[in-house]
Design a protein around this ligand. Structure first.
Ligand SMILES: C[S@@+](CC[C@H](N)C(=O)[O-])C[C@H]1O[C@@H](n2cnc3c(N)ncnc32)[C@H](O)[C@@H]1O
Length: 341
């Protein structure tokens, strides 16, 4: 711990209070305690233990990660919305170990992004003769979305199953769905199909399907396509039933970006304040891809709270937790002095 930070902690008689600025709130303490009052997230950026013993509490081996992450993953699942995206940072083997826990809590794998830090990262990391492997210059950032289900007639249905069963419940023949949406055959072939060609109907198409089924379907079982059992869902409500996503042209799943250095790197004289500080450019990329302005980002394992800074830069709200007082204080100073672009 840097000595001037230790001195500040010792001289402070007050417990470390949450600190908010520009829509970002930093909490000192365990994420599991801090997050009880947080607004539900559109984005979760997890950059926690890697199973390499790199900070206090980081297990020494990746085999210990599943049990470490289990309560945190359960909490994310409990508080997530259908529109929530989780970006899970780790080593390749760390992620491989944790993936079954994520899947068992309804996190659906979408893509694996490889952070390639470049050959400049090899310095001090190239003892290949002893380690008997090529130098590692990557981390992974995995995109997960919610496996969304809707309860109907006592059973949980995937969106695909639910759309089809709502149409069938209306008693209308399948081909009428095309007339409902004003298309030649896309509605039956894409939105109501049982096969792999299925895709999520665009919100306006959903609203047309719902309107038609409620107007011409069997009057005895209305409403159709309802999320609350009282009225058909709107296009806007349907939009929220899946994760947000947009992608700039030219961005792939390989992210070539050096490790943080220069003015962005927080240092105490010569030493880095936190070994695991993430580049703002990559955090901003994930936030922009999976949320809109003013949406809420969660950063359960703050460190220097880079996701909070990235959220300020992109006009999102953020809640971060950091369990180590020295890192919390450094993050608080970072946010306090941050000049948003
Ligand atoms: C990999 S670092 C995060 C680095 C951060 N992404 C950055 O750019 O600075 C993980 C951090 O999580 C903190 N941490 C570990 N367990 C935690 C918990 N249960 N609640 C809150 N913070 C925790 C550690 O102290 C560590 O600083």
């Amino acid at each position: 711990m840097p000595s001037e930070v230790t001195d500040r902690i010792k001289s402070s008689s007050k417990p470390l209070q949450p600190f908010s600025r520009r829509g970002a709130t930093l909490h000192y303490g365990d994420f599991l305690d801090a997050s009880a009052e947080w607004t539900a997230p559109t984005v979760i950026i997890s950059d926690g233990p890697y199973g390499i013993g790199s900070f206090p509490g980081d297990p020494a081996s990746p085999e210990a990660l599943p049990e470490w992450y289990r309560p945190h993953i359960a909490r994310w699942a409990e508080r997530a919305l259908p529109e929530t995206t989780l970006w899970f940072w780790n080593t390749e083997i760390g992620w491989a170990n944790v993936h079954p826990i994520l899947a068992s809590h309804g996190w659906e794998y979408r893509a694996c992004h490889v952070w390639d830090k470049g050959v400049g990262h090899i310095a001090g990391n190239a003892n290949s003769k002893t380690l008997r492997r090529f130098p590692v210059i990557t981390e992974v950032c995995i995109q997960y979305v919610r496996k969304v289900t809707i309860k109907s007639n006592g059973t949980e249905k995937s969106l695909k199953q639910w759309l089809r069963s709502e149409w069938e419940r209306s008693g209308l023949p399948l081909y009428k769905a095309n007339a409902a949406c004003g298309v030649r055959n896309a509605a039956t072939r894409k939105y109501l199909t049982k096969c792999d060609l299925w895709y999520f109907p665009p919100p306006n198409a959903f609203e047309l399907l719902a309107k038609y089924a409620n107007e011409y379907g069997n009057p005895d079982h209305k409403p159709y396509f309802s999320l609350d059992g009282l009225r058909p869902a709107t296009a806007q409500e349907w939009t929220k039933m899946r994760a947000k996503f947009r992608c700039d042209v030219g961005i792939t799943n390989v992210w070539r970006e050096p490790a943080v250095r220069g003015v962005e790197r927080l240092k105490n004289t010569y030493k880095c304040v936190h070994m695991n500080q993430k580049p703002l450019s990559l955090l901003e990329r994930t936030i922009l891809a999976s949320s809109d302005p003013n949406d809420v980002v969660w950063e359960p394992f703050g460190g220097l709270c880079s996701a909070a800074i990235a959220s300020v830069n992109t006009g999102r709200q953020c809640y971060s937790a950091e369990i180590m007082p020295n890192y919390f204080i450094a993050a608080r100073e970072r946010l306090a002095s941050h000049a948003a672009p």
